[in-house]
Write a protein that binds this ligand. Structure first.
Ligand code: NAD
Length: 498
């Protein structure tokens, strides 16, 4: 069976003392194995990155950016192969994988602007004959640890920007779908990246803990579930590293009585069930304001959901695919059962999904649950499956209080025709990314991505302008070239401009 290895110092490596199965989730069978890096292998990657750093930090930003331009072209030329690799191991349908890739490419495009983004700040005459400027220097060797649900896009949130800023990078992708991530890292080398600037180590906790504790790693970017994000943030910062750790979510959509229900139904279908709900921005809770809109929403959703098509990644007519593993499927099914046991009404039940030709696949069909209340486990925790829950409230303020009280604060949306209500909502909601009649308000590459509360540990959001700041360190230089015939005496008071 193929073993997916590592990419260290520009070379494929197979340190396969420990391996783990990689599944085709539509078929439910192991199709490959992934090597799990030992501490020694990760240390080798860090040494390669450290050795590459001096020459890379001195490479002009324009030359670094040119490699990213070529990388973008290679990503586009290899799009079919990349999407197939995503589909085989993640299970998302090819059209969805193409969307993921495009969003990733947009981060590469933003990184191509590094020469402009790194220009710094300059002030002439801050004192007599004195000039001052701030420049943004690379940190050194930095690391990224990424989740299974976007094996191409989330790594592209991180290393293109880190690298064009002059850093060297160690990526530890998800061990559940490693092939597309490794393949695009090879494309970046084909684009001209010098060996050692980007290294990929597949692995589990042993690899991650090595990155979190090794003193040569200056900063860690993480995207994944909240318990692990919290662990990463605490451990990395305790070891003196800069850290941004993005976690899980519970994204609510408020459906106001005046909402355009056609728009609500079509956009909720995609936002709740697209990618089998395995998106940190998936809309998993609809908060209906008033029973009248709740009843209408349930009726319309039930009808629309009967037309959804679920299946394997390579049939583009499918709307969404399987879940990532059997264990995750069992967990999602368990949440549906718990909601039912705690008093909610399962209106559309996806637990018995049967897909012809994919009988062993990890499928759950689209599920709709009504009369969910805040005490229920399925409301409090992230399900990460194709399950939409409906909570009924009396007023918009009740809906906002509910969202503000939730431990997560990643994304949210309001459906309304009332501009004043929408403005009040965006002003006062305790969530990092807000949509107004937009179900998945994922910021574009030239803004930054991040949630509030327990959806993000750290100060800076991912990619965009915050990405530039995260991967650089400000240095401020103040300079005077005194004239040979002007000599000032010693000055013992604090220098001022008085
Ligand atoms: P996960 O937390 O299980 O894994 C993420 C990474 O952490 C992987 O590389 C994994 O190998 C590593 N990891 C797992 N357990 C570890 C441990 N005990 N010690 C050290 N490292 C460990 O997440 P996942 O299941 O791959 O991804 C789904 C989660 O990611 C969901 O919660 C989703 O909301 C979240 N997510 C968040 C965002 C965001 O931007 N906020 C984006 C995508 C996914």
């Amino acid at each position: 069976m193929t073993v997916v290895g590592h990419l260290i110092n520009g070379q494929r490596r197979e340190d396969s003392s420990r391996t783990q199965d990689v599944f085709n989730p539509a078929k439910g069978v192991a199709s490959k194995q992934v090597a799990l890096a030992s501490k020694a292998t990760v240390e080798e990657a860090i040494a390669a990155a450290q050795a590459a750093f001096p020459a890379w930090r001195d490479t002009p930003p324009m030359k670094r950016a040119r490699i990213m331009f070529r990388f973008k072209e290679l990503l586009e030329q290899n799009a079919d192969r990349i999407c197939a690799l995503i589909g085989e191991e993640h299970g998302k349908i090819l059209h969805d994988a193409a969307g993921e890739l495009q969003r990733g490419i947009e981060n590469v495009e933003y990184a191509c602007g590094a020469p402009e983004l790194l220009k710094g700040e300059y002030s002439k005459n801050v004192g007599p004959g004195i000039d001052s400027w701030s420049e943004f220097q690379p940190l050194g060797v930095v690391a990224g640890i990424t989740p299974f649900n976007f094996p191409v896009m989330v790594p592209l949130w991180m290393y293109p920007m880190a690298i064009v800023c002059g850093n060297c990078f160690i990526l530890k992708p998800s061990e559940r779908d490693p092939s597309s991530t490794l393949f695009i890292a090879e494309l970046l080398h084909e684009a001209g990246l010098p060996s050692g600037v980007l290294n990929v180590v597949n692995g589990d906790k042993e690899a991650v803990d090595t990155l979190l504790t090794d003193p040569r790693i200056q900063a860690v970017s993480f995207v994944g579930s909240t318990p692990i994000a919290e662990y990463i943030y605490k451990t990395a910062t305790a070891h003196g590293k800069r850290c941004q750790a993005l976690g899980g979510a519970k994204n609510h959509a408020i459906v106001m009585p005046d909402a355009d229900l056609d728009n609500v139904v079509s956009s909720l279908l995609g936002a709740a069930f697209g990618s089998s709900g395995e998106r940190c921005m998936a809309l998993s809770v609809a908060v209906a304001v008033g029973d009248e809109i709740a009843d209408a929403l349930i009726a319309r959703m039930t009808e629309a959901m009967s037309k959804l098509k679920v299946g394997a990644y390579d049939d583009k007519s499918n709307d969404f695919g399987p879940l990532i593993t059997r264990q995750h499927k069992d967990k999602v099914v368990g949440y549906i059962a718990s909601a039912e046991a705690q008093g909610a009404t399962v209106v559309v039940d996806g637990r018995q999904a049967r897909i012809a030709g994919c009988e062993e696949g990890f499928f759950v069909d689209a599920t709709l649950i009504d009369r969910v209340t805040p005490e229920m486990t399925s409301y409090q925790e992230e399900i990460f499956g194709p399950v939409l829950q409906v909570v009924r409230v009396a007023t918009m303020q009740d809906a906002m209080d509910l969202i503000n009280a939730h431990e997560y604060g990643n994304g949210t949306c309001i459906y309304t025709r009332d501009g004043e209500a929408a403005r009040y909502f965006s002003d006062h909601i305790q969530v990092g990314m807000v949509g107004i009649n937009i179900p998945l308000p994922v910021p574009v590459a030239y803004h930054s991505f991040g949630g509030w509360k327990r959806s993000l540990f750290g100060d800076l959001h991912a990619y965009g302008p915050d990405g530039v700041r995260f991967y650089t360190r400000r240095k401020t230089i103040t300079q005077r070239w005194p004239s040979a015939n002007v000599r000032e005496g010693a000055e013992f008071s604090m220098p001022t401009m008085k």
